[in-house]
Design a protein around this ligand. Structure first.
Ligand code: GLA
Length: 735
């Protein structure tokens, strides 16, 4: 059992293959955190120290003991009210208006298997792959209860945490703030690594010191956002890509979140991950429960690369669901950058015909096929096929496309409504807006109140009505603005942001139950909702609306810290690029897009015969390497924010194949040579460059690297496939 309980000390130990997590119930019933990090033996309660600290108060039942303070002790789930002045995991407003909660241990249970969360996405595992610890805490005065869940995936080195708050008292209370995870570090100096961005430039790497004071990242936008990803690393000062200690926290949620990192007056560090407290004021009537979304925790003693691979495995094997989570994905061509709104059925069929000739598997009809929708000012909410525009029924179009051996996918944006739509004219009250005020528009559209079941049910029926018209094998689920004007006619306003997200999840769950073989790609103006919550429903997400290969190097680098390549939507688009105006070679665009679920976002009819031939070659290469790319281990070999080149490699689990990818970001006169060092290879094995036949020891490629050619021209890209030569032995000639 990965979870042990020592009765006499009331001490819990959670072990994974390489990590240990420990906590204990102390004599006053508080649940104290003891340790999280590399695997250790023994009881870590010797780490707790008690000193008389000025201006750090003492709970009443500590009596005259002035050395006992919740303001100094490391805790599992700190609450406002106990004398802890740091940011806390939980703030409850009681019926009398006081913000007070004092949770003490009541009981616990250890169970086989991984807990699930009602209505929320969560890591899943077979019963023999995980164990669950459930700890019940209670405030004896208010009756508020907190259930803390810990899921331990021993082999994956993953610990998950979640919590549920129940009002077991008689009066209504409000949850004002709730995190699922608090990590208290009693010693050490740390940096916080977070991923900030904007539309079309998501997930830039940022490393800052966790200093005295509180540093917060988060989202108040109703989605997890382009601006901050709900995933952070807490890194030792000396932690780097392949060395040093670091911890990850990934929030499995697609709405408002908050991560706070604080170094306190005693040099201790606290990091919280949970729901954002702004726009949140969640009422709980007697007997009601609020479930706080899960956080996935991991620790690495070997730097960020090792940490990332733990998350990649966990997300692939224990979060993504459905037949596509472990199956190869269709190479697709999407109509957006090929035609935008300017298409008819013939255009889509034309793309399909080109696709068939090139070896592409699927055509996706993007925005513009429904209602009155020839630009982005109208039509959202009217999910009726515009047959006049298509020149045929949807079923006919799909059939014609299928007949030439091409699969068909379609774009939808179910959460939205245009003011210029039949739906809005009929149900203006279905849009999220404050009565008596004119709502803030985003892309000239409003957000439907998905916290309401009646609204969801109506849209669900409309969407099913479309999906039932033919053999639709893929859906791109978009979400093209953030929430403002938070208000619902049907519920207390403090619930809306949370209930909106669980409403979206409810819709998605129904959709995948009804269409289990449908591949859904998430999207929110590209990567505005690129989070672990969505990945439970959509096994791939369009990474960014920015398809520029050079910008994508940075965007995909940031994305790679937590999310596996198999979930990253990445396409080759036309040049000059539509977002940046930059031109790069087709080869470079192909190499970059191959670090994801591969596809095209251009009009092949505009390409030369040579380019078409090159695309055929790209698709053949992608198909050849797909298992290695999507299921192999991912290694970052450079930092594109700092280095002249971007490089990464995929290495098969058995370490017998490796695909090296390099893109030069800079070129200068009399250019220096870049030596790219591989990772993840067996040092004693011999690897052969499949193209040149040159053989190298793994150790040589790892320690000395391989020189990249110096070639004139910007943004040269190289892809090298190495195969382990089984019979190389001693006679192997090293060239
Ligand atoms: C968003 C998506 C794009 C495209 C458009 C269509 O911006 O990210 O890929 O689908 O919407 O309106």
């Amino acid at each position: 059992m990965a979870i042990q309980y020592q009765q006499e000390k009331q001490l819990f130990t959670l072990n994974t293959e390489h990590t240990t997590y420990q906590m204990k119930v102390d004599s006053l019933g508080f649940l104290l955190h003891l340790y999280y990090g590399a695997r250790v033996s023994g009881n870590m309660d010797y780490l707790l120290t008690y000193y008389d600290r000025g201006f750090s108060g003492n709970p009443a039942d500590a009596g005259n003991d002035r050395t006992y303070s919740m303001d100094a002790l490391p805790q599992e789930y700190p609450q406002a009210g106990t004398g802890d002045y740091r940011s806390t995991a939980l703030v409850i407003r009681n019926a009398d208006g006081s913000e007070y909660c004092d949770l003490r241990y009541v009981s616990h249970e250890i169970k086989k298997g991984k807990y699930a969360l009602k209505g929320l996405p969560a890591v899943y595992a077979a019963d023999d792959e995980a164990d669950t610890l459930e700890i019940l805490l209670e405030d004896s005065v208010s009756g508020v209860q907190a259930k803390l869940w810990y899921g331990v995936l021993e082999k994956e080195d993953i610990i998950t945490r979640s919590a549920a708050i129940t009002n077991s008292g008689s009066d209504r209370i409000y949850v004002e703030k709730a995190a699922s995870t608090c990590l208290d570090f009693i010693s050490g100096d740390y940096d916080l690594i977070s991923f900030y961005g904007r539309h079309a430039m998501e997930r830039n790497f940022q490393r800052t010191e966790i200093a005295h004071g509180c540093q917060t990242i988060g989202s108040r936008r109703g989605t997890s956002s382009h601006q901050y990803n709900p995933a952070v690393i807490i890194a030792d000062k000396n932690a780097a890509e392949d060395t040093g200690s670091c911890y990850g926290m990934v929030f499995v949620y697609s709405g408002n979140f908050m991560c706070e990192a604080e170094k306190d007056q005693y040099g201790q560090t606290r990091v919280l991950m949970g729901l954002h407290s702004d726009l949140f004021h969640y009422p709980l009537e007697k007997g009601e429960t609020l479930v706080i979304p899960e956080t996935i925790l991991a620790y690495s003693a070997q730097g960020f690369g090792n940490l990332s691979r733990k998350y990649h495995h966990c997300i692939q094997k224990h979060l993504c669901r459905g037949k596509y989570s472990r199956q190869s994905r269709p190479v697709l061509i999407n109509s957006w950058e090929a035609a935008y709104f300017d298409f008819d059925g013939g255009t889509i069929y034309g793309l399909a015909k080109e696709a068939a000739a090139l070896g592409i598997d699927m055509v996706v009809m993007d925005d513009g096929w429904f209602g009155k929708r020839d630009d982005d000012d109208s039509g959202l909410g009217d999910w009726q096929v515009n047959e006049e525009k298509l020149g045929c029924s949807l079923g006919e179009l799909i059939q014609r496309i299928n007949d030439i051996g091409i699969k068909f996918g379609i774009w939808i944006e179910p959460e939205m409504v245009s003011e210029d739509s039949a739906l809005y004219r009929q149900h203006p009250d279905w849009a999220i807006q404050v009565p008596g005020r004119k709502p803030v528009r985003g892309r000239n559209q409003l957000v439907l109140d998905f916290s309401r079941e009646d609204v969801r049910d109506y849209i669900f029926d409309q969407i099913c009505g479309v999906l039932d018209q033919g053999n639709i094998e893929y859906v791109k689920w978009d979400m093209n603005r953030n929430l403002t004007d938070i208000y619902s006619l049907k519920r207390e306003q403090g619930k809306v942001t949370y209930d909106y997200v669980t409403g979206v999840y409810d819709f998605l769950e129904k959709l995948i139950q009804r269409y289990p073989d449908l591949l859904i790609e998430g999207c929110s103006g590209g990567g505005g909702r690129f989070d672990a919550g969505m990945l439970y429903y959509t096994p791939q997400i369009w990474c960014s609306d920015n398809t520029d290969a050079i910008d994508r190097l940075k965007i995909q680098f940031g994305t790679s810290f937590f999310y596996p390549v198999s979930v990253v939507g990445s396409h080759v688009s036309a040049v000059p690029n539509h977002q940046t105006g930059r031109s790069t070679s087709l080869h470079t665009r192909g190499v970059v897009a191959m670090a994801g679920t591969f596809g095209y976002e251009l009009n092949p009819a505009a390409l030369s015969d040579e380019e078409k031939e090159e695309i055929k070659g790209q698709i053949a290469s992608y198909k050849k390497y797909e298992t290695l790319i999507c299921q192999g281990d991912y290694y970052r070999l450079s930092n594109p924010f700092e280095d002249e080149y971007a490089a990464w490699a995929f290495v098969s689990e058995d370490q017998k194949q490796a695909l090296l990818n390099v893109v030069m970001q800079e070129i200068h006169g009399n250019m220096t040579v870049s030596y790219v060092r591989l990772k993840g290879l067996k040092p004693d094995a011999v690897y052969q460059d499949a193209e040149t036949g040159v053989r190298y020891y793994g150790s040589a490629l790892t320690e000395a690297g391989i020189p990249m050619p110096v070639q004139l021209g910007e943004y040269q890209a190289y892809q090298k496939y190495f195969v382990c030569v089984e019979d190389a032995g001693a006679e192997c000639r090293i060239e």
